[in-house]
Design a binder for this molecule. Structure first.
Ligand code: AMP
Length: 480
């Protein structure tokens, strides 16, 4: 395992890295720092979240002297957000080296930026437009710059900054080190690298390496019987779009059902979930009608779903690689995310291994677990009795109420769910073996539909409907 010390990084920077909670270098850092410290030009394919800022930041801080009268390093970035983000990270990294960093971008007053530049800045992190403006005003002297970074070079090209970049780089001495980072490597980017660099080295990092950057990691030590309450507490507190991971199919089912009973918008996917139901659940998760996906590791592999706010490990992952895969579901595409893992007291020591694997600290989340009473659930027998009772004692006839040998079943679907009577018939026939002639009058309202069936079939119909989804809605049915 490579450490920061193995990479010949000075103790001031390592100290700052530890203060930031970094335990070991990321693959981009391992590959690029040694090349950069030798002074070579280099281009690397690395997206946000790979630790690229730390990589080029370290190279710059090692190679330029602090407290110089004019900038020694320049980082060009496409957006003001990135300028701020990079400046923040470099300032933290330079905590013990004493380099001054300044973000510079348009859309805000130029005067404060000029004032700061005049006082002396070592590293300027700029968007191309504002940098050009400052150069034209004679307020930014780049003649002492010895390291240039082009960050998110592909985005800068997309945004049409190529001419500004060429203009700016013409103001920087030819004898300099140039580092280029880009999430994608097109021929255009390679061309730019060749034009702006001397004999550049290409740094390759495995694309499969999951990106952990923006994911905050937490753990909670919980007793087995507290797990469900811990889950409800976390969900109530943060109201996230979340994936909840369970060890087994059975557990995933159980957890999902409990969540539904507590009125959380939950759905389960695992190997035993039929394809059509699985598709419905995933569609629901995409369109937001399901907010909590309860999954097993196998089922979650290869799922095409966007970043979620939270990954909750209801059951601790079996090994560090599984952990990395699971939490890779959050904190993607520049969005922040969090992973919370529940550990039983006897599993607690596994946290260290996960920290080692991800190179990040996992903080203990200290929240009070709120106990939730289980909602009263009627057991199958009780449902039967209730059905029997309502069949035997029909309500005073209103609209379509049970009468004679006919029972009326209320279903929680109606016009508002964009369902038609034909679909209702199809759903009833599903699993029950009933034929169309066994199904009587159908009265459809906006939110409810009443269907007449023979009393002898009522229980079967209700049982079958209650196991179904319509879209992502859990179907509910009862006799009236
Ligand atoms: P970047 O790819 O530069 O946008 O970095 C993304 C995030 O990863 C930032 O929050 C960094 O602070 C963090 N980071 C960078 N290097 C490391 C490391 N070696 N260990 C842990 N976190 C890191």
């Amino acid at each position: 395992m490579t450490s920061f010390t193995d990479l010949q990084i000075s103790s001031e920077i390592i100290k700052a890295m530890s203060a930031m909670g970094w335990v070991e270098p990321t693959p981009v850092q391992i590959e690029s720092i040694p090349v950069g410290l030798k002074g070579a030009d280099m281009y690397a394919q690395a997206q946000t979240g790979t630790g690229k800022t730390g990589a080029y930041g370290t190279i710059m801080l090692e190679r330029i002297k602090p407290k110089m009268p004019s900038p020694s390093a320049l980082v060009l970035v496409p957006t003001r957000e990135l300028a701020n983000q990079v400046a923040e990270e470099l300032t933290k990294l330079a905590k013990f080296t004493g380099h001054d960093c300044l973000p510079i971008y348009g859309g805000v007053g130029i005067e404060p930026q000029i004032a700061k530049l005049r006082r002396g800045i070592d590293i300027v992190i700029a968007t191309p437009g504002r940098a050009k403006d400052l150069i034209n005003r004679g307020e930014m002297d780049l003649s002492k710059v010895s390291v240039v970074v082009l960050d998110e070079a592909d985005r800068m090209l997309d945004m049409g900054f190529i001419r500004d970049i060429n203009f700016i780089l013409a103001k920087v001495p030819k004898k300099r080190q140039t580092l280029l980072f880009s999430a994608t490597m097109s021929s255009e980017i390679r061309e730019m690298a060749m034009r702006q660099m001397v004999n550049p080295k290409e740094v390759l990092v495995s694309k499969d390496e999951p990106v952990l950057d923006l994911t905050k990691q937490y753990y909670m030590v919980v007793q087995k019987e507290e797990k469900r309450d811990a889950l409800y507490t976390v969900l109530d507190m943060y109201e996230p779009k979340a994936i909840v991971f369970c060890h087994t199919k059975h557990k995933a089912d159980q957890v999902s059902k409990k969540l539904q009973r507590h009125n959380y918008l939950a759905g389960a996917i695992h190997g035993d979930v039929a394809q059509n139901k699985r598709e419905k659940v995933l569609k629901g998760f995409k369109d937001g009608s399901i907010r909590i996906l309860v999954a097993t590791d196998v089922a979650a592999r290869g799922l095409d779903i966007d970043s979620v706010d939270y990954v909750i490990n209801f059951d601790a992952p079996s090994d560090p690689d599984t952990y990395v895969h699971r939490i890779g579901r959050t904190g993607r595409a520049g969005k922040e995310g969090a992973a919370i893992s529940f550990f039983l007291p006897e599993e607690r020591r596994e946290v260290r291994g996960l920290e080692r694997r991800t190179g990040k600290r996992i903080e203990q989340l200290d929240i009070d677990i709120v106990h939730k009473e289980e909602p009263e659930v009627k057991k199958l027998d009780e449902v039967r009795i209730a059905i029997q009772a309502s069949v035997n004692q029909p309500y005073a006839a209103k609209r379509t109420r049970s009468h004679g040998n006919v029972a009326s079943i209320e279903i929680n679907l109606g016009g508002a769910d964009k369902i038609g009577k034909g679909e209702i018939v199809r759903m009833i026939k599903n699993d029950t073996g009933l034929a169309s002639r066994d199904i009587g009058k159908i009265t459809m309202g906006d939110r409810y539909t009443f269907v007449e069936v023979f009393k002898k079939d009522a229980e079967k119909v209700i049982m079958s409907l209650c196991n179904q989804f319509y879209g992502s809605k859990v179907v509910k049915a009862r006799i009236v």
